[in-house]
Design a protein around this ligand. Structure first.
Ligand code: NAG
Ligand code: NAG
Ligand code: NAG
Ligand code: NAG
Ligand code: NAG
Ligand code: NAG
Ligand code: NAG
Length: 635
């Protein structure tokens, strides 16, 4: 049956008639399912072959490496004259970043003297090299990278490119990923991050020293070449080399898959028929991207429309207070009934009170039908005007999903009250672990992890959503900790609502003293950059274990940023690290964080890094500048 045949892998081993050395001539993996694969492919790191025959190089975990190489070395050079042989390969791959707009690094077809890469780094290094051996000629590594993150240190041209790499991740030549669409007679962008199956062809002709790379979303090899490079690989390759794939994730993560692979020495590798390859794992399809989430919310909304449509009149009659208007049915997150939430919080009992913010009271609740623990925030919303906008905002917040954001499950409206239902965070808010007399002192690793988490969540709000979401109120009290002490940002997007809700005629500056960027008090206009400023204040707090403005401190220590800057200038920077850590911290990381804290705290918005850069600095992908400017300007 064709179905069964599809999943089979076959490997041709044609031996050359050279009696001294048996030389592999061709490889053909139509999927990787089958007996003996483990013996023909060496996998390390996160690489594994899935049950249906797809080779998975990485999953969506941060900072993974994945290598899959043909087990035996292949002779790449003529031992008599030292000339590299011609070769050709084609393979089909797909990449599913956790956050589709941000990408999750990439993968590289690789020819290397080893199939293990000790000391190689994840993230932009693609698991091939580290920062000390970068560019070293003794590496003898040749790779073609398929990269979804623009790394400025390596001079990447964009966040969707193919590059030829020799001993380094600084590509010798690269091109934006496109393919020639014959039907359209034009070049189309080929989005490497989209999760679609893409076939790549790499061909080296040793006569002309010409290397060509082609890409297509189909089974047919295109005539036009994406990337051509003149290079004599005899100077780079050794006689005996391993061939395969290397891949990595960083703070930005992604699942990387190879569905099929064909390789041939001294001849043209057979192209793969994409429809005969094993199907992509369902997991990746589900997580595909926002399209799916939006789709899901739309269909959820349809269900709500149907169900609520029937219930509509009934509810109206029974409980006039629980108002539902037609447009409300049109939105995503679940609408809870007031009764359900009242029951969950035991009648909004004071015993269940988790805290109050400027925004309202927060209660702990247990949903009776699923036994799920939730936090219910009760906000009173006086102005009738702008209510629809308010709710549609809630709808869009409800569709934001990220591991470092507190998930909004649903909402309810009753008279002037708006109730928001969130995932319950057992460890409460970060401020309780830093200020005053915390019961638990967070270790250095926990603090570093929390800062990375906040940065990751904020980058998602700034750059991965269909519209930029400015948080507006980043502070320790708005960072909640889950059961594993991972940071989860809460209250995102809401500040705008409070502002609008209270009194639409005046623009009230929302935010918290000490976290407010100077230009914000002037202009009243929150931006991504004002969020970065607040993030800087938060970062310094976590490292130093105190508030940005500490009235109880000595006058010269009143403002945290100024104090850190003074100590920095004196070369006594470790003085500012929270003394409760008793010196138990990583000095290199401390310097990175404090420098970054100072950069984010710069009074000049343009001098602050973007969250994307912040994430790269934290991930070690960007080198922090040697010299940090004074946050207040001048010296
Ligand atoms: C591939 O694996 C099979 C089964 O283990 C083994 O017999 C064969 O020798 C391997 N081929 C090569 C070229 O390593
Ligand atoms: C991803 O791969 C890593 C390394 O192999 C493994 O530890 C982790 O459990 C995997 N995660 C998932 C969600 O499969
Ligand atoms: C290797 O090079 C020698 C000398 O140029 C040539 O005679 C021989 O055919 C080559 N061998 C292969 C396998 O290409
Ligand atoms: C860098 O990688 C090389 C091997 O490629 C390894 O020998 C070296 O120890 C690594 N350096 C570090 C600092 O890990
Ligand atoms: C390149 O690597 C080799 C071996 O690891 C080392 O001896 C040499 O110093 C390195 N060269 C440079 C320029 O870093
Ligand atoms: C390719 O780039 C590497 C490192 O950037 C450089 O050392 C090498 O000379 C370049 N090779 C060619 C053929 O351009
Ligand atoms: C063909 O090109 C046009 C304009 O360049 C574009 O709008 C359209 O989507 C393309 N069609 C296909 C099938 O790619």
């Amino acid at each position: 049956m064709a179905e069964r045949f599809k999943l089979f892998f076959w490997v041709f081993f044609v031996l050359l008639s050279n009696p001294a050395k048996s030389q592999l001539d061709e490889l053909f993996f139509n999927g990787f399912k089958g007996v003996g694969v483990a013996n023909n492919l060496s996998l390390n790191g996160a690489a594994q072959i899935q049950d249906n025959g797809v080779l998975q190089l990485t999953n969506k975990t941060q900072r993974l490496l994945g290598h899959a190489f043909y087990s035996n070395p292949i002779q790449f050079k003529n031992s008599t004259d030292g000339k590299a042989f011609s070769f050709s390969t084609s393979f089909a791959f797909a990449m599913f970043p956790e956050y589709p707009k941000l990408g999750g690094h990439g993968l590289a077809f690789t020819i290397s003297p080893t199939k293990e890469f000790p000391g190689a780094l994840p993230g932009p290094y693609l698991g091939l090299v580290n920062n000390t051996d970068l560019g070293n000629l003794t590496n003898h590594i040749f790779a073609v990278e398929f990269d979804t993150v623009q790394n400025l240190v390596f001079g990447d041209i964009n966040d969707n490119h193919v590059g030829i790499d020799i001993n380094s991740l600084v590509s010798n030549k690269s091109a934006a990923a496109t393919y020639f669409d014959g039907a359209n007679n034009s070049n189309q962008v080929l989005n490497l991050k989209s999760g679609q199956v893409i076939q790549a062809w790499i061909e080296y002709d040793s006569q002309s020293n010409q290397l060509d790379v082609k890409l297509s979303p189909s089974s047919t090899k295109p005539r036009s070449t994406l990337l051509s490079f003149h290079v004599d690989l005899s100077l780079i390759l050794q006689e005996s080399m391993y061939v395969g794939f290397s891949s990595s994730t960083g703070l930005l993560s992604s699942s990387h898959y190879i569905m099929g692979w064909s390789f041939k020495m001294n001849g043209e590798a057979k192209s793969l028929s994409l429809d005969q390859l094993p199907p992509l794992p369902a997991e990746s399809k589900r997580n595909n991207n926002t399209g799916v989430i939006v789709g899901a919310s739309v269909s959820a909304a349809l269900v709500i429309i149907l169900v609520s449509g029937l219930a509509f009149n009934l509810i109206r009659k029974i409980k006039k207070a629980d108002v539902i208007e037609a447009w409300e049915l049109d939105i995503g997150p679940h609408r809870f009934s007031y009764k359900e939430l009242k029951k969950a919080t035991r009648g909004f009992s004071d015993k269940e009170l988790l805290g109050f913010g400027g925004s309202g009271r927060v209660y702990k609740g247990t949903l009776s039908n699923s036994n799920t623990q939730v936090a219910v925030k009760r906000i009173s919303h006086e102005s009738k005007q702008g209510l629809q906008e308010f709710i549609s905002e809630i709808a869009s917040i409800g569709r934001l999903r990220h591991r470092n954001l507190v998930q909004l499950f649903g909402w309810c409206r009753r008279r002037a009250d708006l109730l928001l239902v969130y995932d319950f965070m057992p460890n409460g808010s970060l401020d309780k672990y830093i200020f005053d007399e915390p019961k638990t002192i967070l270790s250095w690793e926990q603090r570093f992890n929390i800062i990375k988490g906040v940065a990751s969540g904020l980058l998602y709000l700034h750059e991965d959503w269909e519209q930029t979401v400015i948080h507006r109120d980043i502070k320790a009290g708005n960072v909640l900790l889950d059961s594993e002490l991972n940071a989860r940002l809460s209250d995102f997007g809401l500040a705008k609502l409070y502002e609008r809700g209270t009194n639409p005629s005046t623009t009230r500056v929302v935010g918290t003293l000490g976290y407010l960027a100077p230009e914000l008090t002037r202009t009243g206009k929150p931006t991504k950059s004002t969020d970065v400023f607040a993030f800087g204040a938060l970062l310094l707090e976590v490292v130093c274990g105190r508030r940005p403005i500490e009235l109880k401190a000595l006058p010269e220590e009143l403002m945290l940023v100024d104090w850190v800057w003074e100590q920095w200038k004196l070369g006594a920077i470790f003085e500012v690290v929270d003394s409760r850590l008793e010196g138990e911290f990583d000095e290199i990381e401390a310097v990175v964080l404090l420098k970054l804290g100072l950069m984010c705290s710069n009074n000049e918005p343009k001098a602050r890094p973007t969250m994307r850069q912040v994430v790269r600095y934290l991930d070690g992908e960007l080198q922090l500048p040697e010299v940090v400017e004074a946050p207040q300007g001048g010296t």
